[in-house]
Design a binder for this molecule. Structure first.
Ligand SMILES: Nc1ncnc2c1ncn2[C@@H]1O[C@H](COP(=O)(O)OP(=O)(O)OP(=O)(O)O)[C@@H](O)[C@H]1O
Ligand SMILES: [Mg+2]
Length: 316
């Protein structure tokens, strides 16, 4: 859906982006990660032509982005940024309805869409529709920013640290919401962050950038298993990698399934859900000082066990 072929951006003397090639498939959530100044935002902004690329080609659905009118292109692509970019003198509802109004939707349709999005993002319309951005918390404002980016139902969503500057709990909530939305909406998303944990949690594919170039790309598991160099390894947290990998692997990968009619762990035996992560399982073992957990399904029915010994096995 999005193709970058040997794309560069030169600002004066500086090559902010230096010949990167990248394909983002339809429905994929691709995360650009790297240290400050490596060219992530520039790359993102070239895709919706907020910045014009200096070299190479950028294609959307096989068409050169320069063949589209820049404004039409921008209305087709949702864009959410850390500072939200909300208009301060417009209500929340008016901010969210911006692109649909530009696209000349009928007012009743805009209103219905705004209400739908506010509900989707957990912003009660009766409470928030008429507020001004200054009357929102940071997390609420970022939800409004994401709602606005989704308003005209774009196939492509560009997100530049949309959850930056939030406390870890709110941030995690918004990440979970994005994953939930994505499992329903299947947008093509390019998401920028400098937080590797956020990248590992959200990405179908991680693209690691350094000084305007791509140093490695792959699935979170592939990067953890085989970082290309010391830089990628240090971004991945060095010796913390074991826990990060365990966080990506579900209990179901290593548990011992047991026959339903076998007696299962006692009431006192700590349990873990089959779709919880191995990281959580390890934490429960440490906390309860137990080498074995009862694995339960989503109804709470015991379906197997997970031992410390199982944890040391290789994930399938
Ligand atoms: N409009 C501009 N004019 C000149 N230089 C720019 C411009 N925009 C970005 N740059 C430079 O290009 C480089 C890449 O910037 P970019 O904003 O893409 O980095 P980033 O990876 O998004 O960093 P951060 O994590 O800090 O947001 C930086 O060195 C920056 O100073
Ligand atoms: Mg940036």
């Amino acid at each position: 859906m999005i193709e970058l072929l040997n794309v560069s951006k030169v600002f004066g003397e500086e090559r902010a982006v230096d010949g990167i090639s990248l394909t983002v498939a339809s429905g994929e959530l691709c995360v650009l990660v790297g240290t400050s100044g490596c060219g992530k935002s520039t790359t993102l902004r070239m895709i919706n032509r907020l910045i014009e690329h200096s070299g190479g080609q950028i294609l959307i659905d096989g068409h050169q982005i320069r063949s589209f009118n820049a404004q039409v292109l921008r209305r087709r692509i949702g864009y959410a940024i850390q500072s939200t970019g909300l208009f301060p003198h417009w209500t929340v509802a008016r901010n969210i309805g911006l692109v649909p109004r530009l696209l000349k939707w009928a007012p009743a349709r805009v209103e219905a869409r705004v209400t739908e999005l506010m509900e989707l993002l957990g912003l009660e319309p009766a409470l928030f529709a008429d507020r001004m951005p200054a009357q929102l918390s940071g997390g609420q404002a970022q939800r409004v920013g994401v709602a606005r980016a989704l308003a005209a139902d774009p196939d492509i969503l560009l997100m530049d640290e949309p959850f930056g500057a939030l406390d870890p709990i709110t941030r995690e909530t918004l990440q979970d919401e994005l994953l939930r939305l994505q499992s329903r909406l299947r947008k093509t998303i390019v998401f920028v962050t400098h937080d590797m944990d956020e990248a590992l949690k959200l990405a179908d594919r991680i693209v690691v950038m350094q000084r305007g170039r791509i140093v490695q790309q792959g699935s979170p598991q592939a990067l953890l298993r085989d970082p290309a160099d010391d830089f990628v390894e240090s971004l991945l947290g060095g010796p913390d990698r074991g826990l990060k990998q365990a966080a990506l692997t579900p209990v179901s990968a290593l548990m011992q399934a047991q026959d339903q009619d076998l007696p299962m762990g006692s009431a006192a035996s700590p349990s873990v859900r089959v779709d919880d992560s191995l990281r959580l399982a390890l934490s429960l073992m440490l906390w309860h000082r137990r080498e074995r957990l009862t694995v339960i399904d989503h109804t709470g029915r015991p379906i197997g066990t997970l031992s410390l010994h199982d944890l040391l096995g290789a994930p399938q």
